[in-house]
Design a protein around this ligand. Structure first.
Ligand code: F6R
Length: 240
């Protein structure tokens, strides 16, 4: 594990963006695994800035996102597809056929999960996976208690995750109750993982993820077993 201390959110974002852009510079047709959420926003902002300066070329890059809410599509501003378009895809030269998220509106959710696994396999696997960390230790939407052996699957969101995500919706009742997520096994198959955390509210869980027992009760703790884990956290997140 490589542990990188950042000064603050902006510094964490720059450092993480550095790893992603280095990956793309070293291999122009990289497959990047991407995340949504507050942690990732600053990273995408930085990548867009470097793209505009002419420092990164995404024309050969493919991306696969970790997750999507069931029932929401790209037109819905709360969907992860919308988030990705808004924060990254529409600002860079990635081709529409090369970015992928699970389809939350798929008629057959089970089949959609299998399709997503086949897609990642067809792309040759993920070169670098970006991860944020839920306050309950989730990675993607893999909630505490779920088996580590899962590939892409549909999950019921836990009450604390619904609560945490309610800030993105007009009320808690609007937060979808289900999501499609890459499973822990699928995440662990990425050749490199960049886990980012910022802010004091992540301090306790970050300590448990990195130094506590490896247990499905803390889904992110499995990352301790990954051969190429890079952790970038700011001073507040490293408080513990
Ligand atoms: C999002 C995702 C989640 C978030 C996590 C942290 O695609 O997979 O695991 O990374 O919930 O969210 P933020 O960054 O908003 O604190």
């Amino acid at each position: 594990m490589k542990l990188i201390r950042a000064k603050n959110y902006k510094d964490m974002s720059r450092k993480a963006a550095n790893f992603l852009s280095a990956q793309v510079i070293l291999k122009d047709n990289s497959v990047l695994g991407l995340a949504t959420g507050g942690t990732a926003e600053g990273i995408y902002e930085q990548l867009v800035e470097w793209y505009r300066k002419g420092d990164i070329d995404f024309s050969e890059v493919s991306t696969v996102n970790l997750d999507e809410y069931v029932g929401l599509d790209a037109k819905n501003e709360r969907s992860y597809q919308y988030f990705m378009n808004h924060h990254l895809f529409q600002h860079i030269n990635i081709s529409e056929k090369n970015y992928h998220l699970p389809d939350g509106k798929a008629e057959d959710i089970e089949e959609e999960c299998r399709r997503y696994d086949r897609l990642i396999e067809k792309l040759g696997g993920i070169d670098m996976q970006l991860l944020g960390l839920g306050e309950n230790g989730h990675i993607g939407f893999n909630e505490p208690g779920e088996a580590f052996e899962q590939m892409t699957h549909c999950i019921q969101l836990k009450e604390d995750t619904i609560q945490a995500n309610a800030r993105y919706f007009s009320s808690k009742d609007e937060v979808p109750k289900q999501a499609i997520t890459m499973g822990v096994k699928a995440i662990m198959q990425a050749r490199a993982i960049v886990l980012c955390a910022s802010g004091a509210r992540k301090a306790d869980i970050l300590k448990r993820v990195l130094f506590g027992p490896v247990t499905p009760e803390v889904p992110g703790s499995i990352l301790q077993m990954h051969p190429r884990l890079i952790v970038i956290a700011d001073a507040e997140a490293m408080g513990e």
